[in-house]
Ligand binder design. Structure first.
Ligand code: NAI
Ligand code: MG
Length: 356
């Protein structure tokens, strides 16, 4: 029996609440499968830890996680700690420290999930975002000159390296080829005359190795419009760190909401552990009430199983979420139900087991 070491960082706000359900589901999956199990190690890092120690995670944090097979993350951020400190001190440190350069975010409308678009159904909204996750607009480079003076100048640099662009774009082409899907690149070359012109150029260059993959290139503003007006246009999508961040929240809102949106931070070369998380934040106003939707975290746990080599369990997890939605069974308030976070997790496990 294979035992996987999973590092668990519940984090802040609703993070620990939704994380409990993701762990519950992974244990249920290993019991049903019988071929593998999990050993979970919990790390109490986050805003509370910061208020006690002055750091979001210990200095040797990456070292301590390095031997894990994967990392599960809840959410980071809480009033009392500035968001740029909490996000950069934990989430971005892990993504960058472990070179998780692909952020894979499905935007898939399941049957029964609420959708604010009038004429769109599950057959219209089925995309997968490949977001650059290691550099770009989130590289954290810049300067703050002459603070608090009339000459104050703030510079936030975006960093686009050839290696950084090529590898994420190549990953997206490979994915599109493997799945027989079209590939859309989203950029903004008309206004960002260095970074995005370069991005477009690399997209074209890498594309020469994939003449079989049908592509389109869109400007980010047009892409935002088309995601609403004609979401069917999109299958595999590759884009920069910032644009991917924004467009996948838009994607979440047309595919059932933040409570259903999952993301995987991948090191495709598997030099380091990859990290799986709901894309939502810590929702401080919901925290402690037991009402947060755990299905995004559970979906992310499915991505973890896929990454470990069990795509059949990924499919089964997504199918089970869809079954809950169709049968309106065990859903939390954001999806029109009245179940608590843990009751939703329990209902999920019951339905997952049912299908044997
Ligand atoms: P948020 O994602 O926490 O909440 C946005 C909205 O979505 C709220 O209306 C919330 O009630 C709803 N929502 C989120 N998760 C939900 C769930 N599981 N079930 C039902 N409804 C859910 O984003 P917000 O409010 O902008 O940020 C709150 C904190 O989280 C901030 O400190 C922010 O920096 C942090 N954050 C952390 C992220 C991460 O850890 N990956 C990502 C985004 C924000
Ligand atoms: Mg975001």
């Amino acid at each position: 029996m294979k035992t996987y070491q999973i590092a668990v960082i519940p984090g802040d706000g609703i993070g620990p609440e939704v994380m409990r359900e993701a762990v519950k589901v992974l244990n249920a999956v290993s019991a049903l499968d019988g071929g593998f199990n999990f050993e979970f190690t919990e790390y109490p890092w986050g805003c509370e830890y910061y208020l006690k120690t002055g750091e979001m995670m210990p200095e040797d944090g990456l070292e301590r996680l390095k031997g894990s097979d994967a990392i599960l993350l809840g959410a980071v951020g809480y009033p009392g700690v500035p968001d740029h400190i909490s996000l950069r001190g934990l989430l971005l440190k892990l993504r960058r420290g472990f070179d998780q350069y692909v952020n894979l975010r499905p935007v898939k409308l399941l049957e029964g999930a609420p959708c604010p678009l009038k004429n769109a159904g599950p057959e219209d909204i089925d995309m997968i975002f490949v977001r650059e996750n290691s550099e770009g607009e989130y590289s954290g480079q810049g300067a703050w000159l002459y603070p608090d003076s009339p000459q104050e100048i703030v510079i936030q640099d975006a960093v686009f390296s050839r290696k950084g662009c090529e590898r994420v774009i190549r990953y997206a082409y490979e994915l599109a080829r493997r799945e027989g899907k079209t590939l859309t690149s989203i950029s903004k070359g008309n206004a960002l005359n260095y970074s995005m012109v370069f991005w477009d150029q690399v997209f074209e260059e890498v594309g020469r190795d994939y003449p079989d993959v049908e592509t389109q290139s869109l400007l980010v503003d047009a892409a935002a419009m088309f995601m609403i007006k004609n979401p069917k246009r999109f299958q595999v999508v590759v884009t920069s760190n910032l644009f991917g961040d924004i467009l996948t929240d838009l994607g979440a809102s047309i595919s059932g909401g933040m409570g259903l949106a999952a993301g995987a931070n991948l090191d495709p070369e598997r030099r380091y552990p990859s990290m799986f998380e709901p894309i939502h934040g810590s929702a401080p106003r919901m925290a402690g009430k037991g009402i947060a939707n755990p299905l995004a975290s559970i979906w992310a746990a499915g991505q973890l199983l896929d990454h470990l080599g069990y795509p059949q369990w990924y499919t089964r997890i997504v199918d089970t979420i869809e079954k809950m939605l169709k049968e309106n069974n065990g859903l939390t308030k954001d999806l029109g139900g009245s179940a608590s976070t843990s009751a939703c997790g329990d209902a999920f496990v019951a339905m997952l087991s049912d299908r044997i």
